[in-house]
Design a protein around this ligand. Sequence first.
Ligand code: NAD
Length: 569
Amino acid sequence: MTEGKYLRWKDEQGNDFRPVSLTGTALLNDRTLNKSTAFTYEEREAFELDGLLPPRVQTFEDQLNRVYAGFTHLDIDIEKYQYLRALQDRNETLFYALLSRHVDEMMPIIYTPTVGKACQQFSHRYQKARGLYITEDNVNQIPELSRHFQGKDIRIIVVTDSQGILGIGDQGVGGMGIPIGKLSLYTLGAGIHPAHCLPIALDVGTDNADLLNDPMYLGVPRRRMQGEEYHQFIERFVTQVRRCFPQAVLQWEDFSKSNAFDNLTKYQQVLPSFNDDIQGTGAVTLAGILAAMRTKDASLKDQLIAIYGAGAGGVGIADQVYAGLLKEGCDQASAKARIFVLDSQGVIFDDRDNLDAYKQRFAQPASLRDEWGSGLKVSLDELLDKQRITILIGASGVGGAFKASHVSAMMKHTSRPVIMPLSNPTANCEALPQDLYDWSDGQAIVATGSPFGAVIYQDTQYRIGQGNNVFIFPGVGLAAIVAKLPTIGLDIFTTSAYALAECVSEEDIAKGCVFPPVNELRQVSLHVARKILEDVCVKHPDCNICAVNIEEHLEEHMWEPVYLPYRRV
Ligand code: NAD
């Protein structure tokens, strides 16, 4: 008997099956094993299910039609979310098969934007246990806690302290919706088996007064840990995770920006970990820029880039654009000179008082501002006047910040400006795609963070590419698990960006669309993971991956949501 495809076995004749020891209600209550009405008559007899299910056996197809009909009957997104989460909690195979068939329709329900509402309403809509809740009382007992739950072969953890949930800030314990949703995307995108995924909420308190005053609030009713108390808590958490889940990759998610940078800097060499808000955003944006260069038939090293917003996303984008410029042949000084980062006080220069550490590496010399003859604060308007900016990225959360005048200013230097208003949700987007097309006579190359419908310009329809981090993190996670990477560095994300850019079809490139459709997620994740592993092999020719066919090896690790015949053990 051999094991392959993660939790799939083959007998001597090569038939797939799954050995199962649970019976009766225990089997029906196991969400990774439950087949519900699709248990065959033989399985019902073998696994003591007779009488526990309605008599008629359904096919997988029948079940999919039934649950999809239930989904489409609902009108309100948060109810659709609740419906899908309930399905996930009773039958994960059916849940992921349904999701795989309706990626476009269901991704905005299980993740942004609907998951934001689910986090806000977490305590009022709580249904069923999933994941680990770590508090000051149990942070030293993670090994004991992990004995309380079923799947112990954890390969990927998404953890949040819920302070910077999407665009809605501190959600206390309700932030648990984010790790749950992100891990669903790991399984959907890269086939990481649900039993290998662990969502964790660090309940370090909340400063959200509405939550603290709500008698239904399910988290620890205290103000947030700060300073040394917080850092010691994170240190204890990381120590315990390394001890308890030595094979796991850890993704930091939705921390406040200063904690996000601090935790990443402190722990990225300690365990295989990354921050998607910083590094995933950087990689997906670089990919869009690289694809835009194909559209324009231009080179990245000739561009000047303005990044509007200097938080986790903006600085992560600057990091990756800088890495891309170096890869394209720029030296460090000229790469840095091509990137202008702005925050709420304008372009960042190196003589600003109390400049956050994470912003310092992209501060321009104050002497440049003197050359321009500008005052202390240099706005986006002034920057576009002084520099021949060809790429403008929005990561500020300021809706409508990009104006027609900005587009006109860019078009003095480039016939095809690249403009990516990435802020979410739609109301926070720096400019609407239709406006950008209209203001630029259809010449702007546009991508957004939120999903937008097609734009119609002069009777032609243009699909708007979505710079969704989901194109990056599942492939990175899969590669890190398969190659057992000890750390996940900046170079991994640069490789992912180039890999994603390769996934944009020539047809899309010709029409100025710089991201693949989201329903190609699985192929994209496989390609991203393959490119990372090829890089690992170049750098470590004696690694265990070199000897195998990388694509086949990755596919072996990608779970597919299908029912296997069960054999009792
Ligand atoms: P953040 O809070 O860490 O950073 C926001 C930054 O914007 C801060 O530096 C702030 O100073 C700056 N800012 C605020 N007002 C400004 C103004 N008027 N002018 C210039 N800068 C201003 O947030 P974040 O995590 O970096 O996310 C920012 C936005 O980017 C959010 O809307 C988020 O949804 C979006 N985002 C999109 C993607 C994606 O599309 N793939 C990924 C990550 C974040």
